[in-house]
Write a protein that binds this ligand. Structure first.
Ligand SMILES: [Zn+2]
Length: 208
């Protein structure tokens, strides 16, 4: 006997619209954007580890092939580590005695750094490349790289000088614990005073 004479019963039963309850999505435990994964947390491609193993074992041609694949893949994706892979592939070709192929790869790595305007890394990579070529008696090739850099770097190529980027280089492990790639204080990215980022796999490595 409710509603008698007053409110007419509505013929249409309206569906009860409930607000959609979204499931609570918990953030996957990951470093904040821009912060790399610490060593040991990173999924390193086995091929990259293999390339570093081959290089350490002196099997340079095999290592070069893998680094080249990584370089081309990174280049297509516009990946930040493409130059390092080209430089490493070039270094391996040179060590394997395949000098012309190595030179092409080295220049490719350097030209990507130049194209990005990444002068500190270009300067460091160039100095190292020139020094290594000279060490191997490839004087003409070293001069060729120097000549290339003279026109690529504004203000010219400085063949010597303190490493750019790090005021006080910390002591890093010789090799990345994740991928086995060589770590050099003047070439890696530093996220803070004690944390370097492996330039091959992106793992964060603690320095002392
Ligand atoms: Zn690594």
């Amino acid at each position: 006997m409710f509603r008698r004479g007053r409110r007419p019963v509505r013929p249409i039963v309206r569906p009860i619209v409930r607000p959609i309850v979204r499931p609570v999505v918990r953030a996957v435990v990951a470093p904040p954007p821009g912060r790399p994964m610490m060593a040991g947390q990173q999924n390193v491609p086995p091929a990259l580890r293999r390339a570093n193993e081959l290089m350490a074992a002196g099997q340079y041609a095999g290592a070069a092939e893998i680094f080249e694949q990584f370089a081309r893949g990174a280049q297509v994706r516009g990946g930040p580590r493409a130059p390092q892979f080209f430089l490493q592939a070039g270094r391996c070709r040179i060590l394997a005695g395949q000098v012309p192929a190595g030179m092409v790869l080295l220049k490719q790595g350097l030209s990507i750094l130049a194209g990005r305007g990444d002068w500190p890394h270009l300067q460091n990579a160039s100095q190292r490349t020139v020094a290594e070529l000279n060490q191997r008696g490839l004087v003409a090739e070293a001069a060729e790289i120097e000549a290339y850099l003279q026109q690529a770097i504004p203000g010219g190529f400085a063949p010597a000088g303190p490493a750019a980027g790090v005021a006080q280089p910390r002591l890093l492990p010789t090799n990345c614990p994740d991928c086995g790639g060589p770590l050099r204080a003047d070439e890696v990215e530093w996220t803070d005073e004690y944390t370097a980022v492996c330039q091959f796999c992106g793992s964060a490595v603690r320095a002392e």
